[in-house]
Design a protein around this ligand. Structure first.
Ligand code: NDP
Length: 449
């Protein structure tokens, strides 16, 4: 039986790699899910016969388009934009837009696939999608970013809509970019609609959306620690990244009494052994959100060490929250974390740990919360932004924070429901199966298409 399941997983992965050549990130994400869902389907012939997992692993639709724009020197620039609409069985496609210079379709396909399970886990009616462009806002003027966003939306608008597909931010797409994108959609359609989330509070945005992913990741870690009668108070925490998710993960860790000793960006990481204070966090927000500077400047400002080209995982800690990007914790980093005493990892980023790194966490008995569960708070509040827009009202920050707290606990419980084993909770299995079942049941009901 075990051999037959392993053979089925191998056959499935071989099918996926043959059908999607040269897409390693997509293969990685599908492999991780297949290892949970294929064994689960052993006594669920209805899912197997309807080939539900194969169908979820084939996006409903992918669009790709040219984005031409003019830079500040009057030169013509050309980038490529995408939207991957992975699955809308349980609601409109929903997922962020990523602007990075090296963006590949493989990355967007993995993100859209993951998003399908994550959105299902929130309990809200949202399908999975993702999009973006091989455009790097770093080093561009505000006007260049504006012209790029206007051109990007001039293509994208025909594929999205408040009942069809509702994008949001992701790496390289923050409040500034969402504002430019939303305004162009409004201009093109003559419609003020909740077609993007993460909007400014004065034009349909939701309280707590900015904070939601980082806060939610910390809440999820808190729930994991509670299963071992542990709390965040007094714990030494490693955080990677210094963007939206990292900033609010650090903020909530400080609220909970943890000592956060690292932050990073694509250039390297800083180590502040005394701990990032609220004042220093405010300085990071100013640096990253307004001045758009580099984290190395923190080291100069506060006289702490900076490690160019490195990631923080060799610093001794109690807990770690990767909040930068995919594949930032490799096997050797996972081993270093375990050897240095880390007891829990909650992923603010999407797929920051490689599959062999996850194996190390599992073998060590670490509390490991994968991104599709731990960072689902952002899209959950985006779902509530859609509800508020549809009802033409706004809920208070207190109400939304309470809803976020409850949603994260519900996701934790869903992971426990499907991932509880004799002596531990396998959060990867719990999140994958918990996310899969609702989507699969809807697809079964729809028949074959
Ligand atoms: P931001 O653009 O605000 O910040 C990204 C951070 O990661 C920056 O510090 C950036 O450094 C760093 N980074 C980007 N690429 C790399 C790289 N190749 N190596 C090392 N560091 C890198 O993005 P977010 O904070 O929104 O997103 C961070 C992660 O969280 C992503 O994986 C995203 O998919 C995930 N996520 C985000 C959600 C959200 O609500 N925003 C929701 C759920 C998940 P630099 O400034 O040098 O580029």
């Amino acid at each position: 039986m075990v051999d037959s399941v392993q053979a089925q997983i191998a056959d499935f992965i071989s099918l996926i790699t043959t059908r999607n050549p040269n897409e390693p990130e997509f293969h990685q994400a599908v492999h991780e899910v297949a290892c949970s869902v294929i064994p689960f389907m052993e006594d669920k012939p209805e899912y197997r016969e309807a080939r539900i997992l194969e169908r979820i692993a084939e996006p409903d639709r992918i669009v790709s388009f040219r984005v031409s724009w003019e830079d500040d020197q009057g030169r013509v620039q050309i980038n490529r934009g995408y939207r991957v609409q992975n699955n809308n069985a349980i609601g409109p496609y929903k997922g962020g837009l990523r602007f990075t210079g090296d963006l590949k379709l493989s990355v967007l396909k993995f993100l859209a696939f993951e998003q399908t399970f994550k959105n299902s886990l929130t309990g809200l009616p949202m399908g999975g999608g993702k999009g973006g462009a091989n455009f790097d806002p770093k080093g561009k003027s505000d006007r260049e970013v504006m012209r790029f966003c206007q051109s990007f939306m001039t293509q994208l608008f025909r594929y999205i809509g408040r009942h069809t597909d509702v994008p949001a931010g992701d790496i390289g797409v923050g409040a500034r970019e969402v504002s430019f994108l939303f305004s162009q959609y409004k201009r093109l359609t003559n419609e003020f609609a909740g077609v993007l989330t993460g909007k400014g509070l004065s034009f349909g945005g939701s309280q707590v959306r900015t904070e939601a992913t980082g806060y939610g990741t910390v809440y999820f870690m808190e729930d994991m620690l509670h299963t071992r009668n542990q709390a965040l108070e007094g714990k030494i925490a490693l955080v990677s990244g210094s963007g939206n998710v990292a900033q609010y993960a650090i903020e909530k860790l400080l609220h909970k009494g943890a000592r956060v000793v690292t932050a990073s960006d694509s250039g390297g990481f800083i180590h502040d052994p005394a701990g990032i204070t609220p004042e220093r966090l405010a300085w990071i927000k100013e640096l990253k959100n307004k001045r758009r500077g580099r984290i190395s400047e923190y080291a100069d400002e506060f006289n702490v060490p900076y490690f160019p080209g490195e990631r923080p995982w060799r610093v001794p800690c109690d807990v770690a929250l990767p909040c930068a990007t995919q594949n930032e914790i490799h096997r050797k980093d996972a081993i270093a974390l375990c050897e240095n005493g880390c007891m829990s990892v909650a992923e603010g980023a999407n797929m920051p740990t490689t599959n062999d790194g996850i194996d190390i966490f599992h073998e060590s008995g670490m509390l490991y919360g994968p991104g599709k569960a731990a960072n689902a708070g952002g899209v959950a509040i985006s779902g509530l932004e859609m509800s508020q827009n549809a009802m033409h009202l706004s809920w208070s920050a207190e109400e939304l924070n309470e809803r976020l707290r409850n949603i994260m606990t519900n996701i934790h419980e869903k992971c426990r429901e499907y991932g509880e084993e004799r002596d531990r909770i396998d959060y990867v299995k719990g999140a994958n199966i918990g996310g899969f079942v609702k989507v699969a049941d809807a697809m079964l009901a729809y028949g074959i298409h």
